[in-house]
Design a protein around this ligand. Structure first.
Ligand code: UT7
Length: 321
C-alpha cells in the first residue's frame, strides 16, 4: 500500500509586490535581489488571512481528488505563521471547510513543514488508520519580517498549497528521509513570546525573523543533495529515472547547485520563486500545484519533493505520480 497524492491546490494573496516596488520603500534593487536569489516578485497578504488562503488551496485539492470535506479523516497543516496561537490553523481550516469528521493538528518544521506533514500522513495511511488526509503548507511570513532588514525581508512571500492523499496499490510515496540539527538552529530564528507572569519583568517588544544567509546557504547546498540521493537510493531508483524535482524555493543558486551536484539538468527543476519568493512551508505544495496544473506531471512519473530550512530541518520524498 502506498500514499498517493490525488489532488493539489494553491492560493496566493492578490497583492503582488515586485523588486522595483520594494526598491521604492527600502535601499535595495531589482538587480541585487534577482542576481543573488532569482526572485522577481512575491505576493503579500493585505486582506487575506492564512486560513482563507489555506481553505482556497484545500478546495482545489479536494475538487481534483473528488473528495468531500466531510469525508476527510485528517487535516495536517504545516505552518510557522498561523493566524492565531489558538485555535490551530488545521482546526480553523476544519471549521472553514466543514470537515467535521477529521482530526486536525498543526506541524511546525519551518520550510520543511510540508515534507514533514506529508511524511506523517504517509505513516497514518500505511498503518491503515486513516484513508483520506488533507495536507496543507502555508504561511503569512510577511508579518514576521523586519521590514527594516533588507537582507531578509525581500526573500519571503505569502501563500498556501495543499494536497489530498489517499491509499493506492500502484502509485505513491516510495521512500522518505528526514533530518534535524537543532544544534545549528541559531542561523535562522524568530523568537516567540517571552515569559509573562507576575514573577518576571517582561519589556520585550515584537520579534522578527533573523537569518545568517550565508550559513543557511552552505547548509542547504551540502544537505539537500545528500538527502535526495539517499531518498532516491532508498526508492531503488537511479537519479536519471527521476522526471521532476520539486524543491523548496529559497534561492535559484541553491537549486542550481543541487542540480549540479546531482548531475541532473535544470529543466527537471521547475521553479516559481521568480514570482512567489520563499513561502517556507507553502513553497513545495504551491510549486507542486503549479506543475500539476501546467500538465507537467503524468501518471507514473517519478517525482522528488525536497524541503529544508529553519530548525535546522530537511526532508525529501520520492513518489510516483
Ligand atoms: O528557507 C531557507 C531560507 N534561507 C535561504 O535559503 C537563504 C540562503 N542564503 C542566501 O540566499 C544568500 O545568502 C542571501 C541572498 C540571503 C544573501 O546573499 P549574499 O551573497 O550572501 O549577500 P551578503 O549577505 O553577503 O550581502 C552582500 C551585501 C552586503 O553589503 P556589504 O556589506 O557587502 O556592503 C549587504 O548589506 O549586500 C547587501 N545587501 C543588500 N543590498 C541590496 C543585503 N541585502 C540587500 C538587499 N539589497 N536586499
Amino acid at each position: 500500500m502506498k500514499t498517493r497524492i490525488c489532488g493539489t491546490g494553491s492560493a496566493l494573496p492578490k497583492r503582488e509586490v515586485t523588486n522595483d516596488d520594494l526598491s521604492r520603500i527600502m535601499d535595495t534593487s531589482d538587480e541585487w535581489i534577482k542576481s543573488r536569489t532569482g526572485i522577481g516578485s512575491r505576493h503579500l497578504a493585505v486582506e487575506e488571512t492564512l486560513v482563507s488562503l489555506a481553505a482556497n488551496a484545500a478546495k482545489g485539492a479536494l475538487e481534483e481528488a473528488n473528495v468531500l470535506p466531510k469525508d476527510l479523516d485528517m487535516i495536517l497543516a504545516a505552518t510557522l505563521s498561523a493566524d492565531n496561537v489558538l485555535p490551530t490553523l488545521s482546526c480553523e481550516l476544519q471549521r472553514e471547510l466543514g470537515a467535521s469528521n477529521a482530526v486536525a493538528f498543526d506541524i511546525n518544521a519551518a520550510c520543511s513543514g510540508f515534507l514533514f506533514a506529508l511524511q506523517t500522513a504517509d505513516v497514518y495511511i500505511r498503518s491503515g488508520q486513516y484513508k483520506k488526509i488533507l495536507v496543507v503548507g502555508g504561511e503569512i511570513l510577511s508579518k514576521l519580517m523586519d521590514w527594516n532588514d533588507r537582507s531578509t525581508c525581500v526573500l519571503f512571500g505569502d501563500g498556501a498549497g495543499a494536497a489530498v492523499v489517499m491509499p493506492d496499490e500502484a502509485s505513491g510515496i516510495l521512500s522518505s528521509v528526514q533530518g534535524s540539527d537543532g544544534a545549528r538552529g541559531g542561523v535562522l530564528s524568530c523568537p516567540g513570546r517571552k515569559n509573562n507572569n507576575p514573577y518576571v519583568t517582561n519589556d520585550a517588544g515584537l520579534s522578527f525573523v533573523s537569518m545568517d544567509g550565508q550559513e543557511v546557504y552552505k547548509f542547504a547546498v551540502r544537505t539537500v543533495p545528500k538527502a535526495i540521493m539517499e531518498a532516491v537510493e532508498k526508492a531503488g531508483l537511479a537519479m536519471e529515472e527521476i522526471d521532476l524535482f520539486i524543491l523548496h524555493q529559497a534561492n535559484i543558486r541553491i537549486i542550481e547547485s543541487v542540480a549540479k551536484r546531482l548531475k541532473v539538468p535544470m529543466e527537471k527543476f521547475p521553479t516559481n520563486l521568480e514570482r512567489c519568493g520563499n513561502i517556507s512551508a507553502g513553497s513545495v505544495p504551491v510549486l507542486l500545484d503549479d506543475a500539476n496544473r501546467k500538465g507537467m506531471l503524468k501518471r507514473g512519473d517519478r517525482v522528488v519533493l525536497a524541503g529544508f530550512g529553519a530548525g535546522l530541518t530537511w526532508g525529501a520524498s520520492v513518489l510516483t505520480w
